[in-house]
Design a protein around this ligand. Structure first.
Ligand code: NAG
Ligand code: NAG
Ligand code: NAG
Ligand code: NAG
Length: 187
C-alpha cells in the first residue's frame, strides 16, 4: 500500500467516525423528542390512578437495566429498540379499552413504529454478529420477561380500564428511563 492510499484510508476512517458520532447526536435528540411525544399521548389516554389503587402491581424491573453506564452506544440503541418493540406489543392491545381514544392509540403506535424504524436503520440493522450475540444477553431476556409480566397482568385482569391505567403509568415512566439511556448517545 503506498502512502497516498494510507492517507486516504486514514481520512476515510476519520470521516466515518465523525459521521457516526454526528448521527448519534442526532439520534439522541430525535429519540428524546419521540419519548416526550409518546408521553404526551399516554397522558391523553383516560384513567385516574387514584381510582385504581387496588390494581397496582410491581412488575419487577430487572436490576441490571438500572445501571446503564455499563452499556456501549450500539448496545444502548439495541436495548431501546427492544423496549420500544415490547411497548408496541403491549399498546397494540390498547384498542380493547373502550375508554381510550382510538385515534390517540393509533398515533402512539405510529410514533413507536417510526422510532423503531429509525433506530433499526441507523444502528440495529448494522450491528455485527458479535454484537448481536452480546445483545441477546441476559439483560434483554430479563427485559422481555418484564414485558411478558405486563401482558400477563392485563390478560389476568381481562383488560379492565384500571389494569390499563396501571400499565399506562408504568409505560409512561419507562419513557423517562429510555431518556436516561438516550443520554448514553452523547459523547
Ligand atoms: C425536537 O423537537 C423540537 C421541538 O419540538 C424541535 O425544534 C427539534 O427540531 C426536534 N429535533 C429533532 C432532532 O427532531
Ligand atoms: C380523540 O382524539 C382526537 C385527537 O386528539 C380528537 O380530535 C378526537 O376528538 C378525540 N375523540 C374523542 C371521541 O374524544
Ligand atoms: C432492520 O434493518 C435490517 C437491515 O437494515 C432489515 O433487514 C430488517 O428487516 C429491519 N427490521 C425491521 C423490523 O425493520
Ligand atoms: C418502567 O416504569 C417503572 C415505573 O416507574 C420503572 O420502575 C421501571 O424501571 C420502568 N421499566 C423500564 C424497563 O424502564
Amino acid at each position: 500500500m503506498n502512502n497516498r492510499c494510507i492517507l486516504q484510508l486514514a481520512l476515510l476512517l476519520c470521516f466515518s467516525t465523525t459521521a457516526l458520532s454526528l448521527s448519534y447526536n442526532l439520534l439522541r435528540l430525535q429519540q428524546f423528542n419521540s419519548s416526550v411525544e409518546c408521553q404526551k399521548l399516554l397522558e391523553q389516554l383516560n384513567g385516574r390512578p387514584a381510582d385504581c389503587l387496588s390494581d397496582r402491581m410491581d412488575f419487577k424491573i430487572p436490576k441490571e437495566i438500572k445501571h446503564p453506564q455499563q452499556f456501549q452506544k450500539e448496545y444502548t440503541a439495541f436495548v431501546i429498540y427492544e423496549m420500544l418493540k415490547d411497548i408496541f406489543h403491549v399498546l397494540e392491545r390498547g384498542y380493547t379499552n373502550p375508554g381510550w381514544n382510538e385515534t390517540i392509540v393509533t398515533d402512539l403506535l405510529a410514533k413507536l413504529n417510526h422510532q423503531m424504524d429509525l433506530l433499526n436503520t441507523t444502528v440495529v440493522g448494522k450491528l455485527g454478529e458479535e454484537n448481536k450475540r452480546q445483545a441477546y444477553s441476559m439483560i434483554i431476556l430479563r427485559l422481555k420477561s418484564y414485558y411478558v409480566r405486563i401482558r400477563t397482568y392485563l390478560d389476568a385482569k381481562e383488560y379492565s380500564s384500571c389494569a390499563w391505567t396501571v400499565v399506562r403509568d408504568e409505560l409512561y415512566w419507562n419513557f423517562s428511563f429510555i431518556n436516561r439511556l438516550t443520554d448514553k448517545f452523547q459523547n
